[in-house]
Design a protein around this ligand. Structure first.
Ligand code: UDP
Length: 235
């Protein structure tokens, strides 16, 4: 465990080293999808929509024994400082793929052979940490769509800046920082379904970042449940 003195815990935006940005989560925000969610994490504004399970034109992906998940993560041209060229690119393809992998273990799709659950993640405004916030939104949208799930994955990153391990890097912290460690966990089982690491961390710092990110995910998970409770009464 790395010791961080109390006075060094304050960051540029006033957060402590282990403090998340303000988070807002809403379930069932778009009428035309089977399930949807809206998530804000700091300046990130993200919609997630779910369709299915349904037949699909992507026949090569279908499996005879269970349903499959397909994710498209997309950033709007106006979501970042300099206009982003519309359409998929290497980064969005990678995030779509890792998001599928992060969500798949939570889904119980054995009852839906030859069908597909489609997830669309639309980043309207980006401020660092969109992949984690996207998974968080998609998980709520999947639950909102009534897709059978054994858990609701929650995402949050930790990282390193000014030689400190900190929770939930903002865009400025990410760009000026030394490392970023996005993580997704299934809170009930504790299974980690996404773990990436970008930058330089000692083994001790890496472990500290993982523990911080797990704490962050657990806080995000509570907000996901509250959002779903606000729409449906959960026990
Ligand atoms: N970003 C940007 N332009 C891009 C891609 C990303 O300005 O084309 C910003 C955006 O705020 C994003 C941040 O850089 O949230 C960090 O991007 P990264 O690839 O690390 O993914 P993320 O942290 O969003 O999961």
């Amino acid at each position: 465990m790395i010791f961080i003195s109390e006075e060094r815990k304050i960051r540029e935006d006033g957060r402590k080293y282990n403090e998340l940005r303000p988070i807002k989560i809403e379930a069932g925000v778009l009428e035309r999808a089977d399930g949807s969610a809206y998530v804000e994490v700091g300046g990130n504004k993200i919609f997630a929509c779910v369709y299915g399970p349904k037949e699909t034109y992507k026949r090569r992906l279908l499996r005879p024994d269970k349903g499959v998940i397909s994710v498209r993560y997309s950033m709007a041209p106006f979501s970042v400082d300099s206009r982003k060229k519309p359409g998929p690119d290497r980064r969005s393809n990678e995030i779509s793929k890792i998001t599928e992998d992060a969500l798949r273990p939570a889904l119980l799709l054995e009852g839906f052979p030859r069908s597909m659950v489609e997830v669309y993640i639309e980043v309207i405004s980006a401020e660092g940490g969109t992949r984690c916030a996207g998974v968080t939104a998609a998980a709520v949208a999947l639950a909102d769509a009534g897709i059978p799930m054994k858990d609701i994955p929650a995402g949050c990153a930790a990282g390193k800046m000014n030689d400190e391990v900190v929770l939930d890097l903002s865009e400025i912290e990410d760009k000026n920082g030394q490392a970023d460690v996005p993580l997704v966990i299934m809170p009930r089982t504790g299974e980690i379904t996404l773990l990436q690491a970008d930058g330089n961390l000692s083994q001790e710092e890496f472990e500290e970042a993982i523990n911080l990110a797990i704490d962050g995910c657990m806080q995000v998970s509570e907000l996901q449940k509250e959002a779903l409770k606000a729409r449906y009464v959960l026990e």
